[in-house]
Design a protein. Structure first.
Length: 287
């Protein structure tokens, strides 16, 4: 071994050490809020705000035990059930409607297709707050306020332009020979969409499902606008009740419930990440 080859690892050692120390520092900054939240969930409410210690000196579990008693005589499971209903319904609506719309833009030739696609992508530039008032007026005229319909109907009408765009870009990369072979076998558009395109678009579908579930589960503005009765509140609205119900905010219970609310999102992501990674590795195609 030459002297240059022997000294090469020594030269790389300082750079590697600096890179690992930098990555460790970034990891500490990212994980600090999570660790603080876990520690605060075991503190009394009066010790959370302004406390310097990261972990409690005398841990308590009463914050979690109070969750079993509910909030304002409403059981905690009611908030989770409402959020699950909206989140699962949103996933079903987005996966079905956006994939069907993307198939139409990609595989079906019709007049004005490019113009309609451009207009749809242009809606991504509209801030959500610009649409709040006209949407609320429409749902109020239809007497749909205080129902889950305003939170779900848009998901089944392919109003999420980003997911439509994502699926369109993915479908454009699929081999056209598959469509031609299916048409020679007598398949129509619906059969091609369901039996060929949908299985091959699994990475895009799972990506859309994951982001839709997280977005719907964490949504606060929508339930705040359209839901009036506490029995129909979602988890995000239930967290607000820890502050509104008494003169003194129950920060301990709110933080404990926020940690419990993370579990469904984490479980959903862990359940589907394997399919997402496998699908991206194979691009949905087998030679």
């Amino acid at each position: 071994m030459s002297r240059t080859e022997a000294t090469a690892p020594r030269r790389r050692l300082p750079g590697s050490l600096a890179w690992h120390l930098g990555a460790l520092a970034i990891l500490v900054v990212i994980l600090y809020p999570v660790v603080w939240t876990i520690g605060a969930s075991f503190k009394p409410s009066e010790d959370i705000v302004g406390a310097l210690n990261l972990f409690p000196t005398d841990p308590i579990t009463s914050n979690y035990r109070r969750l079993a008693d509910g909030i304002a005589d409403i059981p905690i499971w009611r908030f989770f059930l409402n959020s699950a209903y909206i989140s699962v319904g949103s996933v079903i609506g987005v996966v079905f409607s956006c994939s069907l719309t993307a198939y139409a833009f990609t595989k079906v030739r019709f007049a004005g297709r490019k113009v309609m696609f451009t207009v749809m992508v242009g809606t991504l530039l509209l801030p959500y707050h610009v649409l709040i008032i006209p949407q609320y007026v429409i749902f109020q005229k239809l007497e749909l306020i205080n129902t889950f319909t305003p939170l779900l109907i848009g998901k089944f009408l392919a109003t999420d332009a980003f997911f439509v765009f994502l699926m369109v870009q993915f479908m454009r990369g699929l081999p056209k020979e598959l469509d031609e072979a299916a048409r020679l076998d007598g398949c129509g558009h619906l059969r091609i969409y369901w039996s060929i395109v949908m299985p091959l678009c699994r990475p895009a579908l799972i990506t859309s499902a994951i982001f839709t579930f997280i977005q719907a589960w964490n949504d606060f503005m929508g339930p705040l606008l359209y839901l009036n009765e506490p029995d129909k509140y979602t988890v995000s609205m239930g967290l607000r009740m820890f502050i509104d119900q008494d003169a003194v905010a129950d920060y301990g219970g709110m933080i404990a419930m926020s940690l419990v609310a993370l579990l469904p999102v984490l479980a959903f992501f862990l359940a589907f990440q394997r399919y997402l990674i496998d699908g991206m590795a194979t691009s949905g195609l087998k030679g």
